[in-house]
Design a protein around this ligand. Sequence first.
Ligand SMILES: C[S@@+](CC[C@H](N)C(=O)[O-])C[C@H]1O[C@@H](n2cnc3c(N)ncnc32)[C@H](O)[C@@H]1O
Length: 215
Amino acid sequence: MTEAVFDPSLVEAEPASAAVIFGDRIELAREFTGQLVARGDELGLIGPRELPQLWTRHILNSALPAPLVNGRVVDVGSGAGLPGIVLAIARPDVHFTLIEPMERRTNWLQSQVDLLELANVTVVRARGEDYEVVEPFDVATARAVSALRTLIPLTAPLVRSGGELALLKGARAAEEIEKAAKAIRKYRLTDVRVEELGHAEGVEVTRVVRATVDP
Ligand SMILES: C[S@@+](CC[C@H](N)C(=O)[O-])C[C@H]1O[C@@H](n2cnc3c(N)ncnc32)[C@H](O)[C@@H]1O
C-alpha cells in the first residue's frame, strides 16, 4: 500500500451547517481546523487520509454534543483536541479539563488554548486512571479512546454522583453497551442509552453514549 500524501487541497470544504452549529464561534472553529490542517500531520495528530472528511467526521462530530454538557467537564484522551477543544470553542460558558498522557499532545493542546485565547480550558498531562480528583466533574466526555467496557473505568470515577458520561461512539455503540454490562454495574451507571445527533442539522450522525453516574 502506498502512503497517503499530505495535500492541503484535499481538505474538505466547510459545510454550511458548520456556521449554524458554531454560531458566533465559527471563526475560532475555522482557526482551529486550519491549525489541524497545517500542523496535524507533522505532529501525528490527524492523518492525511482524514483531510477529505475533516469537518464532517471530526470537527462537527465533536461539536454536536455541545448542548449535552454543562458545568465542569473533563475530556479524557483529548489527543488533537477532539472533542475537548471543539466543545470549548462551542461552549465558552462551560469549563473543560483536557486529560491527555502524551507530552507532545498536551503541548499541542496548550498551544491551541493560547492561540485561540480559550479562558475556559485547563490542560493536564495524565492518564485518566491516574488523575487525582479534587472536585469531581459534572460531565466526562471521550472520543476514540477505547471500548466502552474499558472507557467506563477511566471516566466514571472522575464524575460526581448524579453527573453524566457523554461518550462519543461509532455505529456499534449499542453492542458496546451490551459488552460493558459488568462495568456499568460496577460503576453504578443508570439510564445508559445511545443518543443520535446531527439529524436536525443534516450532517453525518454522531452517536453519544449517555449515562448517569451513581445517582
Ligand atoms: C485514538 S486517540 C483519540 C484522540 C481524540 N480523542 C480524537 O478523537 O481524535 C486516543 C487518545 O487517548 C489517549 N489515551 C490513551 N490511553 C489513555 C488513558 N488511559 N487516559 C487518558 N488518555 C488516554 C492517547 O494518548 C490518545 O491521545
